[in-house]
Design a protein around this ligand. Structure first.
Ligand SMILES: [Mg+2]
Length: 233
């Protein structure tokens, strides 16, 4: 049994990653794929940049900016993908979020994806807008992408995003996700524990450093039950 030195009787919170955790895909890749009229070479270049971002040979902000410059998604395309993902989140996610809420825990979604895209999924899962955070895009009146706010930490990393918005999570706080950016929330002390979510992608380097691993939402429910034991509103 894992115990927490401080805050063990607090409200407890779960900070969910979005891509390959609450939904079974990488939303930015999916978005780039859904943009009509992209030629094969642009798609290949997007895939190459995605891979470079994942293996760490390119920074997140550069990878994000270069892919958006190639794909040029519109607000309508972002919202449409959000609605599509809202209808098909990871199996069991909705029930787990509801159960966590019923027990008085805070549920958050913190992602490197577009906030416009996260919102429809958050609504479907029952996560409040105030606890849904990601990259904020500014759109032109015609719906084309105007810019990403460079002062916003989320364009650099999830960790910087959390810090730049001054988010504070009820303790104990447990982050759940598949990536190194999720693990960083724990190693940098923003959360108390990190659970590797491996249903969609399993990254060995992340799993070996995680507190625990969950291979689906049922397993995650059990893991969170033990990590948050004693914490409730
Ligand atoms: Mg992820």
């Amino acid at each position: 049994m894992i115990s927490f030195e401080a805050g063990g009787t607090g409200v407890g919170s779960v900070i969910f990653d979005f891509d390959s955790t609450l939904v079974p895909c990488e939303s930015l890749e999916e978005l780039c794929r859904a943009v009509p009229g992209l030629d094969a070479s642009a798609r290949r270049e997007i895939a190459r940049i995605t891979a470079a971002g994942m293996d760490g040979s390119m920074s997140f902000s550069e990878s994000l900016a270069r892919r958006l410059a190639l794909a040029r998604p519109t607000r309508a395309e972002v919202l449409a993908l959000g609605e599509r993902l809202a209808r098909a989140p990871t199996a069991g996610a909705q029930a787990l979020v509801r159960r966590l809420g019923d027990r008085g825990h805070e549920v958050w979604i913190v992602s490197g994806g577009f906030e416009d895209l996260l919102r429809p999924v958050a609504r479907a899962l029952g996560v409040s807008e105030a606890r849904t955070h990601g990259v904020r895009a500014e759109w032109n009146p015609d719906g084309s992408l105007a810019r990403l706010s460079l002062e916003d930490g989320f364009t650099r990393s999830k960790l910087e995003g959390v810090r730049s918005r001054g988010l504070s999570f009820g303790r104990p706080a447990v982050a759940v996700g598949d990536g190194a950016t999720d693990l960083a929330l724990e190693t940098e002390g923003v959360v108390d524990r990190f659970v590797a979510y491996t249903e969609h992608v399993r990254r060995e380097a992340v799993v070996t450093r995680a507190t625990l691993e969950a291979e689906d939402m049922a397993a995650l429910g059990i893991v969170l039950g033990s990590l948050l034991e004693g914490a409730s509103a």
